[in-house]
Design a binder for this molecule. Structure first.
Ligand SMILES: [Mg+2]
Length: 219
């Protein structure tokens, strides 16, 4: 049997809130990004194009963004036990996000959860904010972080890929995984396309499904 690998989306999955979206609501200097956000949700543009607009309108600074993110949400309480259980079983676990690395690392770090993170990066300089996309797929270029490329790479390495996600950034990658846990937008899209998936509400559901508690021996 091949060794599973667990891939977790961050916003709306490892934390219950959309931190990236919340940052835009809080720090955008004008509402022009809302049209772009709508285009993104309707699939007319990818996140990379949306990030170009977001970078133009975002105000504040990295310290204020981090304080906002830390005040907005906390990790799903089952993330740490899920990661521990996977590691004990020898499964690699990682965060694969089309959000921004700084708030993911801040939120993980506050609760002492150590995980590899693949996400976009933001830099604030004298010419304004820049979004860097180190995990872009140059053959496509639609998303900042190409989740599909990563899922396919893990599968090529021989892993059975277990994917957990909730939103638009997961639509392309999730059907390439071997087992999918989905909620919200992702669950609706997969159901419409007839793609097999398991619904989850919190990561406690994922933990229970992946590692069912052994039944107590009778007597
Ligand atoms: Mg998400």
């Amino acid at each position: 049997m091949t060794r599973p690998a667990l891939v977790l989306d961050f916003d709306g999955t490892a934390v219950p809130h959309d931190v990236g979206g919340g940052l835009l609501h809080r720090f955008a200097r004008d509402p022009s990004w809302q049209v772009v956000d709508n285009d993104y949700e309707n699939g007319r543009i990818g996140s990379r194009a949306a990030y170009r607009v977001a970078a133009r309108v975002i105000g504040g600074d990295p310290a204020a963004w981090t304080a906002f993110a830390l005040g907005r949400t906390r990790l799903d309480p089952s993330l740490a036990p899920l990661v521990a259980r996977c590691r004990a079983a020898g499964w690699p676990v990682e965060i694969l996000s089309d959000g921004l690395e700084f708030y993911i690392r801040a939120l993980l770090g506050r609760e002492g959860v150590r995980l590899p993170v693949r996400a976009n990066r933001v830099a604030a300089g004298p010419d304004g904010v820049r979004i860097h996309t180190p995990h872009l797929n140059p053959r496509c270029g639609r998303c900042g972080t190409c989740k599909t490329e990563r899922v396919e790479a893990l599968a090529r390495q021989g892993h059975t890929v277990v994917y957990v996600g909730d939103g638009y950034s997961d639509l392309c990658a999730a059907p390439r995984a071997h087992r999918v846990f989905a909620r919200d937008v992702l669950a609706r899209h997969l159901a419409e396309r007839g793609v097999a998936h398991e619904r989850f509400h919190t990561l406690a559901d994922v933990l229970a499904a992946l590692f069912p508690a052994r039944a107590e021996a009778a007597g």
